[in-house]
Design a protein around this ligand. Sequence first.
Ligand SMILES: Cc1cc2nc3c(=O)[nH]c(=O)nc-3n(C[C@H](O)[C@H](O)[C@H](O)COP(=O)(O)OP(=O)(O)OC[C@H]3O[C@@H](n4cnc5c(N)ncnc54)[C@H](O)[C@@H]3O)c2cc1C
Length: 391
Amino acid sequence: MSEEPELAVGADAFTDRGAGLEVAVVGAGAVGATAAYDLAREGADVTLYERGRVAAGASGRAAGVCYDAYADPLDAEIAGEAIERFCALSGEDTFPFVECPYLWLAREGDDRRADAIREGVARMQEEGVVAFELDADALADRFPAVRTDDVAVAAVAGAAGYTDPATYTACLAAAATGAGATLETETPVSVRTDPPRVVPEDGPAHEVDAVLVAAGARTKRLLAEAGLEIAMKPYRVQALVADGDLPEPMCYDASAGFYVRPHPDGVLAGDGTEEREADPDEYDRDANPGFPDDLRERIEHRFPDLELDVDRAWAGLCTATPDRDPLVGRLEDGLYVATGFQGHGFMRAPAIGNRLAAQILGDDGIDAFDPTRFAGDESFEIREGMTLEDD
Ligand SMILES: Cc1cc2nc3c(=O)[nH]c(=O)nc-3n(C[C@H](O)[C@H](O)[C@H](O)COP(=O)(O)OP(=O)(O)OC[C@H]3O[C@@H](n4cnc5c(N)ncnc54)[C@H](O)[C@@H]3O)c2cc1C
């Protein structure tokens, strides 16, 4: 890990609150790495197990779009905490966080989504989230790059930005080791309960006070092997990077179902959601053949001056739950879980990891995300995370 950036931890205090507590964290994605760091800096004896390299899962494939524009007060609070922490921890020696307005819009004729945007912004404003509605004229003034003649309503959120998710995750994993955690990469483990322990493929069981399973799309399978069911389904999404000049904004075109943000190589955009359960061991990591051209056309419709040259495209897995809220917290004594983020896990990781660490150390968990609110055997349809209804 000596080549990883050292996190300048000036913003975070070190304590001995967790002294004497031994914790195994399974999965060095954004959530596991953050929780490991926060546990280690509270004095817990932490081992972070990762089956591949750091950020080998969704966190290494994510777009890094971050905002606090949630209509639900709890979601907004958590996303706001996360943005604050991205800003506080980012820097030249850690990871970039580029503040950038987040715009979302619906087209003329798409009344359902236009109404959802208007209602969502009204609720955000009631909760103190900085978001406001723009009509087509105001939109054209504020963001001249955006095509506005077919826009029914748009909204913009100020507390937003983007980062490189793999760099954030590597940085937090390095910070965890800097705070005393042990990082075991290339070490797939299974999980056992009563007593809580992890079992590396090639090694003896590691018995601990608490296990946190933050294994992304593999979380359900891992827990099932330990005899525990959770209500989660992985699903496949796609993204691409293309050459092109887009300084701002980040944009989600709800009617066309895609998002786009500036990227050091041009733009990064995503969509291509498949609303069916994917196998985390077998899924196709390459984008579908038609995906880049199809998405490029939709982006160029919204940003007519962009001439995109697609450089690379890929697929990754997100995780769905019946109510589209994540499963975060205590499953049973000594066993904690974090999954089901519906495509919004990266932007919430700095806050979710922090809150999970606090819960493992004895604080209350997040009631609305309590993983035991489902029996685990519910049948449910996957609905992708960015849809506006119910937001
Ligand atoms: C294309 C794409 C774009 C996205 N864009 C965004 C975005 O813009 N904003 C946003 O907020 N979210 C986005 N997401 C979602 C986001 O990537 C996830 O919600 C988030 O990264 C989840 O982080 P995690 O730490 O929970 O899981 P992961 O990053 O999947 O980490 C889990 C880790 O566990 C490891 N693991 C699994 N099994 C084991 C085992 N048995 N033993 C040891 N280790 C194991 C895996 O290798 C992996 O590294 C996107 C996802 C994709 C695929």
